[in-house]
Design a protein around this ligand. Sequence first.
Ligand code: URA
Length: 434
Amino acid sequence: MNFVDMIIKKREGGKLSKEEIAFFVKGVTDGSLPDYQISSFLMAAFLKGMDTEETACLTMEMAHSGGMFDLSSVEGFKVDKHSTGGVADTTTLVLAPLVASVGVPVVKMSGRGLGFSGGTIDKLESIPGFRVDVSEEEALGFAKAGNIVLMSQTENLTPADKKLYALRDVTGTVDSIPLIAASIMSKKIAAGADGIVLDVKCGSGAFMKDLESAEKLATTMVEMGRHVGRKVTAVISGMDQPLGMNIGNSLEVMEAIHVLKGEVGGDLLEVSLILGANMLLLAGRVKTEAEGKALLLEQIKNGEGLKKFTELLRQQGGDIGIIEDFSLLPLSPAVLSVKAEKNGYLTHMDTALIGRAAQETGAGRAYKEQPLDFGAGIVMKKRLGDAITAGEEMAVIHSQTEQKCQSAASYIQQAITIGEKPEPLPPLILRIIS
Ligand code: URA
């Protein structure tokens, strides 16, 4: 097969056959296709799209590009969760221990940050000692003993996605519905859970900016799951402002601990409860979402969620001292307060730009191998709809240098619109598809 012909076919909007897609994924996996041709194909697929059949085929070829994780030896209905990527989106650290604490096994392989969006693995790695590289055998042991494991993808799982994900990140081909759907669903299918809850982010800080594309992505992924006999629910949630107040790796760990201690609520708690409740619904642990939310909230009140989080840290070598003493977590030394330039109300946030500001502090990567500054990031002080006066603090930036703080601050100033009158708040949950 001539791969250049395939690139041209897609460039002209043609439909690829099963054999052609299999050839592409094989060439990505075994390294026989060069990066420049893969990148060119990705751009053609980005611009011309792929239909449901092509996407399903790409998903399955990617899922089978490596090993499949067999969770059958873990008792019970295993649930997984995945976010399409957002800013201050720390729900996994909150909901995984809560769900596991009511007896539903959570076996979750997570990823690193992509573009302006953060990644659970980077957050976990900011915890001193925490080991994300867990073998499949060890993961099964953790799941059987404590119902929870949060780990990075094992080496042999979906190698095609690893390669494509890294290339998409640096070739402007991330926000494509078929490519995102295949990337996420191939990993989730290979990771073996019986049920999957997808958090499809929608808004200025998401890859899907409007409800129509979010619905298309959500439906595509639910269909891919159904195709292979997995139960899938997609929750479309708003990302028109950072979900939590903290953006950055150790800062987000701190906020998740606050939530698990019942010290803060807000949108991060609400979305975590809704996603968690839908995981319980898929597992048949509860009959309604409301029952699930109440059960998980109770696990915060009675301390069982925090206890499970502590177990998670202990089993994977993380310093459990961080739970009571945040000074054990990294926090970057240079600090800058970003002040409002006029009186008014916060009417709009370009959340991707706020994510970009966080990247600028060192909390995210501009290129694949870039080491992270785990203690860098932003603490937001205001939310959409809040009143603000000139000179009042909107955000606090943490970074290694004053210069990086300044550069992040200019993005934040650009990202936040202060209007004269408050505007209606965007909805937090837009739709649930299952
Ligand atoms: N998350 C993924 O795992 N893959 C994507 O393509 C986008 C978000």
